[in-house]
Design a protein around this ligand. Structure first.
Ligand SMILES: O=C1O[C@H](COP(=O)(O)O)[C@@H](O)[C@H](O)[C@H]1O
Length: 299
């Protein structure tokens, strides 16, 4: 059973009892967005990240999703990529290909991976061109408030330092306002050369999901979501604030364990692993950060 709440300005939180439950909820969420987008626009433009996210999407390769999802309508992009050969162990493309894309009937020409035979700067330029072409042909829609691409869904992971895509804390790339895709040659996490969507592109998407698991990320989750006051370090993950789109956090219990303005009205999980806040929530007024929200237990 998951707890779902809507934070007043940090989007919807889905906190899962187990990884298995999170994995199923994530597959349902992606499948539903795909269906809605294909119905509305005839296509589904999705941007992936690398890391643990791909393993957590694995259920999409299984029944019923492998048969019910309209894979032929999917257009795949990457929110970030390491500038390494496509068959390199560090490649986000390889990770997605091995873990997902080779197991479902995606049209190969709909998979937009980076040019891996040029410099990071050139790869970012080339990828920006690919996205401009995709906007021109309306495979990717365009934001109605700026000229940015509006992806149907951008899927992000988050590092324990709070980075998303290849946007790292205290890095000048966080200030990029003009480019859609940019590059980094000094990534604090190896490999050093990467390309990444910029915040204006991430924040123009119709839907953004941040998928975070494990206790090692609990502090970053706390800093990305809770109202921790003016001295709070501004993590890249906190700068994910879709202008008009919907933000959803998929968390497991360990990742959510340091949330203080939490769905449980400041009560953490009790030692037996039960979410005590459920009683608290039923009994009394809700934590102010979660006003105007729906809170329910998901079956
Ligand atoms: O380097 C990267 O790290 C993040 C987080 O990865 P995780 O394994 O800790 O989930 C990932 O989202 C990003 O795409 C990747 O390039």
């Amino acid at each position: 059973m998951a707890l779902v709440g809507v934070h007043r300005d940090r989007g919807e939180l889905r906190i899962h009892e187990s990884l298995e439950e999170l994995i199923t909820d994530l597959a349902d969420y992606i499948a539903e967005l795909s269906e809605a987008s294909v119905k509305e626009r005839g296509v589904f433009a999705i941007a992936l990240s690398g890391g643990s996210l791909i393993g957590l999407m694995g259920k999409l390769c299984e029944a019923p999703y492998n048969k019910t999802v309209d894979w032929a309508k999917w257009y795949i992009f990457w929110a970030d990529e390491r500038v390494v050969a496509k068959n390199h162990a560090d490649s986000n493309y390889k990770l997605a290909k091995d873990g997902l894309l080779s197991k479902v009937p995606i049209v190969p020409s709909h998979v937009h991976s980076i040019n891996d035979s040029v410099s990071a700067e050139q790869a970012a330029d080339d990828y920006g061109f690919v996205i401009r072409q995709s906007v021109k042909t309306r495979m990717v829609s365009v934001s109605d408030i700026c000229d940015c691409p509006k992806f149907d869904l951008i899927l992000l992971g988050m590092g324990s330092d709070g980075h998303v895509a290849s946007l790292f804390p205290n890095h000048s790339l966080l200030e990029e306002k003009d480019e859609w895709v940019t590059f980094i040659t000094d990534s604090p996490k190896p490999p050093p050369e990467r390309i990444t969507f910029t915040l204006p592109v991430i924040n123009s998407a119709s839907n953004v999901a941040v998928v975070v698991t494990g206790e090692s990320k609990a502090e970053a989750v706390h800093l990305a979501i809770d109202d921790v006051g003016p001295d709070c370090p501004v993590l890249p993950s906190r700068m994910v604030q879709p202008t008009k789109g919907k933000l959803v956090w998929f968390l497991d219990k360990p990742a959510a364990s340091k949330l203080c303005d939490d769905p449980f009205c400041n009560k953490r999980y009790s030692s037996d692993g039960k979410a005590r806040g459920l009683e608290c929530r039923r009994a009394g007024p809700l934590c102010s950060s979660y006003s105007g929200h729906l809170f329910h237990e998901m079956k």
